[in-house]
Design a protein around this ligand. Structure first.
Ligand code: BTN
Length: 256
C-alpha cells in the first residue's frame, strides 16, 4: 500500500513532516482495532490508519458500519489530546466542511453525524479510548452504489444522491487537511470559535427536540451547544439541561 500512502503524503502538506504516520491497509476488521493494535513505537500523534475494506466496521451503540472499497474509512490516533475537547464533533465538522466545499447539500446533526439534505446519513464518527490512546474513526459513504438493507432507509452516499463519483484519494486528502486545520485551531485555544461556527452551521437553536441516551429520553427546546464541551443545551420548562451524549430527533418523529 506504499503507493497510496505516498500519494496521500504528496496531497496533504501536513503529512510531509515527520510528525505524522500513515498506515494504509487493504483489509482490516476495523480501522479502530488496527489503530489500537499498532505498537506504541509505531504511533505518533495524528497517525492515520486507513483501509480499503473493513470486514467488521463498527458504529456507535454497537451498530455495524457498512462500506465499500470506494468509500472513506479511516481512524486517526491522538496521543496528545485534551479529554474536555469533543473530538468526534470536530471530526464530523471537518467532514461537513469538506462536503460543503464539494458543493454537497449536507447538514450537521448533533453530536457527530453529517446528513444529506433529505435527512439520510452520509457520514458517522466514533471515538474510543484505551490506555493512552484516543482513536477517532471516520466513515464517509462516498461512492457506494447501494446501502445494505439494515440501514438502507436511513443512509445514503454521495454517488446515490448525485450519480457522480469522487476520486477517493482527493476527497480523503481534502478531509485530512480540514481535520488537521481544526485540530490546530483547537490546540491554539480556538475551541469556542470552532464550536460557535458548528452551532451557526447546524442551525438547531429553537428546535423542539428529544434526545435519547442511556439515561432516558429528554425533550425540550434546543438552545444551542456549550462552546467548550459541545454539550447540547436543552431548555425544559424554563430550566437548562446540558446533555453530552445521545441521539437527537425533532419532536414529531423526524430525525433532526
Ligand atoms: C456512527 O455513526 O455510528 C459511527 C460510524 C463510524 C464508522 C467508522 S468507519 C472507520 C472507523 N472504523 C470503524 O470500525 N468505525 C469507524
Amino acid at each position: 500500500m506504499l503507493e497510496k500512502e505516498n500519494r496521500l503524503t504528496e496531497l496533504v502538506p501536513g503529512l510531509k513532516s515527520d510528525t505524522c504516520r500513515i498506515y494504509w491497509f487493504d483489509t482490516v476488521s476495523s480501522t479502530m482495532d488496527a489503530a489500537f493494535n499498532l505498537e506504541e513505537r509505531a504511533v505518533k500523534d495524528r497517525t492515520l490508519v486507513i483501509s480499503d475494506v473493513q470486514t467488521m466496521g463498527r458504529g456507535r451503540y454497537s451498530r455495524r458500519w457498512y462500506s465499500t472499497c470506494d468509500d472513506i474509512i479511516f481512524s486517526i490516533i491522538l496521543t496528545d489530546y485534551d479529554f474536555r475537547i469533543p473530538y468526534s464533533m470536530l471530526s464530523a465538522y471537518a467532514v461537513y466542511i469538506t462536503l460543503i466545499k464539494h458543493k454537497a447539500p449536507v447538514m450537521l446533526k448533533w453530536i457527530n453525524d453529517v446528513l444529506w439534505e433529505n435527512g439520510k446519513k452520509i457520514s458517522g464518527v466514533i471515538t474510543e479510548e484505551r490506555k493512552t490512546r484516543t482513536v477517532i474513526g471516520i466513515g464517509v459513504n462516498l461512492n457506494s452504489e447501494e446501502i445494505p438493507p439494515p440501514v438502507r432507509n436511513g443512509a445514503t452516499s454521495w454517488y446515490i444522491e448525485t450519480g457522480e463519483r469522487i476520486i477517493k484519494e482527493d476527497f480523503l486528502s481534502s478531509l485530512i487537511i480540514e481535520l488537521f486545520s481544526i485540530l490546530d485551531r483547537v490546540k491554539k485555544g480556538d475551541i469556542e470559535q470552532v464550536l460557535y461556527e458548528w452551532e451557526t452551521e447546524a442551525g438547531l437553536q429553537g428546535n423542539r427536540v428529544r434526545v435519547i441516551n442511556d439515561s432516558g429520553e429528554f425533550k425540550g427546546i434546543a438552545e444551542g451547544i456549550n462552546k467548550k464541551t459541545g454539550a447540547l443545551i436543552l431548555n425544559r420548562d424554563g430550566g437548562q439541561l446540558e446533555i453530552y451524549e445521545g441521539s437527537l430527533f425533532n419532536i414529531g418523529g423526524d430525525e433532526y
